[in-house]
Design a protein around this ligand. Structure first.
Ligand SMILES: Cc1ncc(COP(=O)(O)O)c(C=O)c1O
Length: 444
């Protein structure tokens, strides 16, 4: 007998939100303490660091340790790190970058900023990470780079992608914004591509409020990233002779981070390993709770992938195929149970459908942002991506903070999924059963 849904006046699967309130309080306190470490600096009148020393250098060193890369360059956003990476590998007019359509727009907007064309590709339905076969179909003589997004903390198939990129002489830019501390086949993410880029924006697992960082092994790519957005740092580059003519002048954008952001990011980086362990345990509890439910599939991972960052806990919901309600009604029923479920963030917002990529005449805006070497129509995204489009309507997610909740709360969230599916199915199937019973011949 299915328990009555909270939506219909039954008991909630997650009766108390006290753990959430306590978490918010504790997070506020720990952030404030992290920021207080900057006070000695401000007391000396220092609020800007322009040469990568002090807390900036310490944070960059921490990122080198996390990813095993030789160089890290801190910036003021993840978007800035992606722009710098694309610029560094030579993305510009006449080139293309293949990017999954299922991601945040900042994986692709820096491509148009470089005057190149983003070409959108599918993700694989099982893991939501880049579909390597589809990437291969989209490679042309213009392709310069592939952007792989380790979406929701789930690493992409890096061995296959690396082999493909090497075979075609292409660069890989890893967007690691959701996946701090993840790895694939024992190599940290961020260390598979030419450049690994991380957002450190306030909702991320390593967070500086607004900040980002790029990592690479290649000193020339490092120098080129300095050249784009780090005046002063240009002359401190790894191969300062490369850009001797620039002195300490960069190319006109300024991507240097604020030291306050670096204090926050450095402190949260030091807590990352512990946090990822807790997040892995949270994911395991949720998966156990839904294991027997035919309509709720935890998003899978590639063999050898170890999740990190856990920017969300994502499930594919196929209730309608199993006689229950659609995704929106399902999410409402789960929320009523006290569990913080949401629709997919990219539902209705896949990149190939966004006006900025698909229809807006960017030529009229000034400031570049399109490839002038090609007919205008070739700058626009066309066509459909049926796998990604279908998926986005079926995905649901629990938020990043679930890692900090106690087991009873997390398991309650998992139970809420199953209860909502069964309860919403029960509403219809009860009537169906009655109809079947009354239509069945006696003695059947
Ligand atoms: C996948 C992905 N890439 C890039 C970014 C951009 O990062 P930022 O907001 O720090 O510029 C985000 C931000 O949420 C993101 O989710």
């Amino acid at each position: 007998m299915t328990e009555k849904l909270a939506l219909h006046g039954g008991p909630k699967s997650v009766p108390s939100q006290r753990p959430l309130t306590l978490y918010k309080l504790a997070r506020g306190v720990s952030r404030s303490l992290d920021l207080m470490r900057m006070l000695p600096l401000t007391a000396r009148g220092v609020t800007s660091i322009n040469d990568g020393t002090g807390i900036v250098g310490r944070f960059e060193q921490g990122m080198c340790q996390l990813t095993g890369r030789r160089h890290a360059l801190a910036m003021n956003s993840g978007t800035a790190s992606l722009h710098s990476a694309y610029f560094a590998v030579g993305v510009g007019p006449g080139t293309e970058v293949i990017v999954p359509a299922y991601t945040w727009h900042a994986s692709a907007t820096p491509v148009i900023q470089c005057g190149a064309v983003p070409v959108f590709c599918e993700v694989d339905a099982e893991t939501l990470t880049i579909d390597v076969d589809d990437v291969e179909r989209r490679i042309t003589e213009r392709t310069r780079a592939i952007c792989v997004v380790h979406i929701w903390g789930n690493p992409g198939p890096m061995d296959r992608l690396r082999e493909l990129a090497d075979r075609h002489g292409l660069a890989i830019i890893e967007d690691c914004s959701h996946a701090h501390g993840a790895s694939f086949k024992d190599t940290p993410i961020g260390a598979w591509g030419e450049v690994g880029c991380f957002s450190l924006q306030g909702s991320k697992v390593v967070e500086g409020g607004e900040a980002g960082v790029a990592v690479t092994d290649d000193p020339v790519l490092y120098d080129r990233m300095c050249l784009l957005g780090h005046n002063v740092m240009v002359k401190r580059g790894q191969r300062a002779d490369t850009f001797a003519d620039f002195g300490d002048v960069s190319l006109g954008v300024k991507y240097r981070p604020h030291p306050a952001a670096m204090y926050l990011a450095h402190a949260s980086l030091s807590r990352l390993a512990k946090r990822n362990l807790r997040a892995a345990r949270t994911w395991k509890w949720l998966c156990e709770e839904v294991a027997d439910c035919p309509a709720i599939r935890p998003v899978g991972q590639h063999p050898g992938a170890v999740r990190g960052g856990y920017y969300a806990y994502v499930f594919e919901y196929t209730g309608e195929q199993h006689g229950s309600a659609g995704t929106e009604a399902f999410v409402e029923a789960v929320k009523a149970e006290g569990a913080p479920l949401d629709l997919d963030q990219f539902r209705g917002r896949l990149l190939h459908t966004l006006p900025v990529f698909a229809s807006l005449d960017r030529r009229e805006l000034g400031g570049g942002c399109y490839d002038p070497t090609r007919p205008w129509e070739e700058n626009l995204a066309t066509g459909s991506l049926p796998v990604s489009e279908g998926l986005a309507d079926r995905l649901v997610r629990f938020p990043v903070h679930l890692y900090a909740m106690p087991e009873s709360y997390v398991r309650g969230c998992g139970r809420a999924l199953v209860k909502a599916f069964e309860g919403l199915a029960g509403a219809d199937s009860g009537q169906e059963q009655d109809a079947i019973a009354s239509a069945a011949p006696a003695g059947a």
